[in-house]
Design a protein around this ligand. Sequence first.
Ligand code: HAM
Length: 360
Amino acid sequence: MYRIVPREEEGEKLVLRPEGTPNVVRAYLEHGMYVKPQPVKLFYLGPVFRYDRPQAGRFRQFSQAGVEVIGDGGALTDAELIALLWKILGDIGLKGLTVQINTIGELTCRRKYIEKLVEYFEPRKVDLPEEDRLRLKRNPLRILDSKNEKTRAMLSEAPQTVDYLCADCLKHFKEVLEYLDELEIAYDLNPYLVRGLDYYSHTVFEVYGTESGSQSALAGGGRYDYLVELLGGPKTPAVGFAIGLERLIHEVLIQEVSVPEQKISPKVIVIQLGDAAKKLALKIEQQLWAEGIPATSAMGKSSIRAQLKLANKQAIPYALIIGQKEVFSGTVILRDMTDGIQETISLKKYLDVIKKKLGE
Ligand code: HAM
């Protein structure tokens, strides 16, 4: 992590966020979201920072888009999230991606497994590269995703996580896989997938693009049933994923995918004539957004004709026209763009009328 060194000794200790998950959990706790109906489903998008050795596909500042579902421990939620990730990547138009999946079980199973793993590697430690010897001491599980060829060769004989899971953990994983089969999402079982973050439990997964190599995961995630409690909250299961946006863009470019245009097209255009009308138009546009009605405007254009032309070009079905007269009388003109019929409605009623028209 990038640490910010405080000026004074007792100054606040800060780091640049290296990912989104713990911060989302902190927000969940700080805003008392555990009293809301569970699960709480959240998403985020923004820059993150990691003090890693930079290389192709591995940056020190990059962007993540993530989703977290907090408060549901069911296997279906794991599968639902993987399906959502799959759909997002599919909707962009990407092909040839693979989902790799594994389970690392819950804490007690994992402890048992780590013991066995250490038992296996201890007598072989002299043959391990320095980096993996250190892992054996500090975080043995990470040996599983070692990129070193010697270590990888030794791993083929090493104990595997699934052999040390309790019946409940196995059942959870089996259910996740069954749901994925049902959703027709092809996956590769990867017994060496452990993920680089320590908070995971049960299901872990990664989605890979068409370029091979350890830096090619487009997205990763998994279940983290202990993190909420670890950060001071009630025992709460959770699962999530994050997409690395730079890697995603790289994949979009090498696959030469033309990203589909945004599907939400405006239903209403707010047209104005004159300064006073502009102010009112801005307010109306915001009211429409607040109601969830996709609205647009062309405040930079001053002629009504030019604005109507834009509406036609974008096939926007309704226009709300505001001139000086409408501002004074507290009204607005609603124009049906398909037949050109206009009606004057009071400002108090226009939202209801629009909603009714759009609902028809
Ligand atoms: P992560 O696997 O560390 O997971 O990061 C998610 C994605 O961010 C990776 O699959 C990759 O695309 C991208 N990424 C990671 N490091 C770099 C880097 N140095 N440069 C460029 N891209 C990178 C997490 O961060 C978890 N918080 C995901 C999660 C959410 N788990 C549960 N909920």
